[in-house]
Ligand binder design. Sequence first.
Ligand code: ATR
Length: 288
Amino acid sequence: MKISNKQKNTDSEIFGIIGDPVSHSLSPAMHNKAFKKLKISASYLLFHVKPQQLKTFFKEAKSKQIRGFNVTVPHKEKCIPFLRTLSPEARHIGAVNTVLLKNGEWHGHNTDGRGYLKSLETEMRIQLKNKHIVLLGAGGAARAVLYVVAQKKPRHISVINRTLDKAVELTEEFSKKFPHTHFEALPFEPEAFALAFPDAHLLINTTSLGLKGTRLQLPLSKLPPYTIVSDLVYRPLKTALLKKAEKLKLKTHTGIGMLLYQGALAFELWTHRKAPIPEMKKALLDAL
Ligand code: ATR
């Protein structure tokens, strides 16, 4: 990983995203459009950083006009030792997606969860209090989503995961943090879907599947007619899961809003300016 002179414009600040791989990221389109709209002299670049280059990246970045960056797979947890502080969200989620340089030190935040919630509330106008949420997956994305949805005091959260132990660990940890909600861990099996689906208000897919690659058919017809089906996968925008839900006339929520709002929250942390949401959204949709 080298931060080349070609990428730099000496007058402007640099932001970007580190990941491996990173070339598929839609974040440059969204952030560069926002900088342009607000006439901020800054650029958002892609930094392909391999795991063994992470330490060097943190060392070099300060002297290269980099003021902040997003973090994606596989560095969301591995970057924590290089940070001076973690926001409470990043600490509870155990992962960082946004890094900010302040007083010469790196500080870690996580805007993924709040970005998801903002998207869900803005687009679907759902109140989560006293509702039953069914979450598919128990990985990093599930943790971020769980941390924000649990704060809304749902009645019940079922975490369904292929590796049951991971769902058990996650629900045990979150039951302690959020005692007002009943958490249950279930295996990714037909019996679990049959148990959880008939009472669900919101079904969230946090696995990277978008339904493709699952050997199991999710019995969406068991969901009540008012259930919102939400998929964190945004490529394609309408995943197989969402298409199937639409056919059953269920309300659907795509993953693009989470990408948009996590980016908007990061932008606001870096610039202290209100993120231009419509322009960022258009840039994302054009880039998809
Ligand atoms: P992320 O940070 O995107 O959440 P992750 O931490 O690797 O990525 O988690 C991926 C999630 O997708 C996990 O819950 C994983 O289930 P396991 O814990 O059993 O690995 C789930 N997942 C991945 N492939 C899957 C498949 N083919 N069927 C069901 N679940 C799958």
